[in-house]
Design a protein around this ligand. Structure first.
Ligand code: SAM
Length: 359
């Protein structure tokens, strides 16, 4: 049965029951009762008409929602159509420009063709192009050779060291393989009991590994001003089981005054007690701290060097380090320097009384 009919039937039954109850309880006149009974179909009609209105309203709501959706779809089509129309306008603009570009190109070609000494001009362009190609080829060849040298050094280093786990990267911020190989030669030859390194990283691990490899009773003290690099260097040391050969010391930078200039250098607390340094490797702090950032290393640690110590200054490829070296030598004529040609160049300092090493 349809819902509306059910409601009409319910209204009719409900009305009849209500009239019967009223007749029993209130005992109205028979005329009133007849009128009330006769009103039943009217009430049922009203209910039916109300239900039909509700149904029509629900249908209208559904149609409105459908219309809203279709309107939204139509709007998006209109939006897209407007976009397409705009692109079309641009294409037309470009098409308009086409002939004028072609005309400009023709004019340019004519101008170039009409240039005096055209052949001479062409020859010069060809010569310049050939020169660029030759120089690029030479540059690539030199670069390949230098890279090959680093690979050779790295290969020798791995053969020397007792490496059974992955090593951190070399070059860039870290020492290059050729410098690490030089350090290896020094460690083997000098057998330093105490190595002090300014600036930790890949070199820390290699120095410790070489001490173990050559069975030297020595240790590395690495000064590092950045906590994060202390942690990464130490993690690498532990990974390679080298803790008995290394100390990575957190040495925050502090102001130090030398020759009337204030520098930022490793806190004295981290190195004050050291003595008898056999190998001092100066590879920090970073140059971006200011001019001659590595200058304090030698004036502050010179008295802590053993008589036959070697000092290695990295990055002599930079003018700043070259100036630092000159200042060191000017202040200490009892030391002499040997420049070593490497990827980033380096200098070895020894007491003048010691012969040059010819590394
Ligand atoms: C030239 S690096 C020292 C490199 C180290 N002797 C070696 O051979 O790996 C000098 C300082 O730069 C910082 N440093 C190290 N690795 C870095 C990196 N990958 N990026 C930025 N700074 C770095 C550390 O504070 C380090 O003491």
């Amino acid at each position: 049965m349809k819902p509306t009919r059910t409601w009409v039937l319910l209204a009719l039954v409900g009305w009849t029951c209500a009239v019967a109850a009223y007749a029993i309880l209130a005992r109205p006149s028979s005329g009133t009762t007849v009128i009330l009974v006769a009103l039943g179909p009217l009430v049922a009609g009203l209910v039916q008409s109300h239900r039909q209105h509700l149904t029509v309203l629900a249908r209208l709501d559904r149609q409105k929602a459908l219309l809203d959706r279709q309107t939204a779809i139509l709007e998006s089509h209109v939006h897209r159509a407007e976009g397409v129309a705009r692109v079309g306008e641009r294409v037309e603009d470009l098409a308009d420009l086409g002939p004028s570009i072609a005309t400009d190109l023709d004019a340019l070609r004519t101008t170039v063709d009409a240039l005096p000494h055209r052949e001479e001009f062409d020859a010069k362009v060809r010569a310049a192009a050939a020169d660029v190609i030759t120089r690029t080829r030479k540059g690539v060849a030199v670069d390949l050779l230098l890279t090959f040298r680093q690979l050779e050094a790295l290969h020798n280093l791995y053969a020397l060291g007792d490496v059974d786990r992955p090593m951190p990267p070399t070059r860039g911020w870290a020492s290059s393989p050729d410098l690490l190989l030089l350090l290896a030669t020094l460690v083997e030859r000098e057998e330093p009991g105490l190595i002090v390194e300014c600036g930790s990283g890949t070199s820390t691990l290699w120095l410790a590994m070489l001490l173990r490899r050559f069975e030297i009773k020595g240790r590395v003290v690495s000064l590092e001003h950045q906590q994060a690099f202390v942690e990464s260097a130490w993690a690498a040391v532990l990974r390679h089981d080298l803790a008995e050969y290394v100390e990575v010391r957190y040495a925050p930078l502090e102001p130090v005054e030398l020759d009337g200039t204030t520098y930022q250098w490793y806190s004295r607390q981290a190195w004050g007690e050291l003595d008898g340094i056999g190998l001092l490797f100066v590879d920090g702090p970073p140059g971006e701290l200011g001019p001659h950032a590595r200058f304090p290393a030698f004036p502050l640690l010179a008295d802590k060097l053993s008589p036959d110590a070697v000092v290695v200054l990295d990055d002599l490829i930079r003018q700043d380090e070259e100036e630092v070296l000159e200042r060191w030598l000017a202040a200490r004529p009892d030391y002499h320097a040997e420049r070593v040609s490497l990827e980033k160049n380096a200098a070895l300092l020894r007491r003048t009384s010691r012969p040059a090493s010819a590394v």
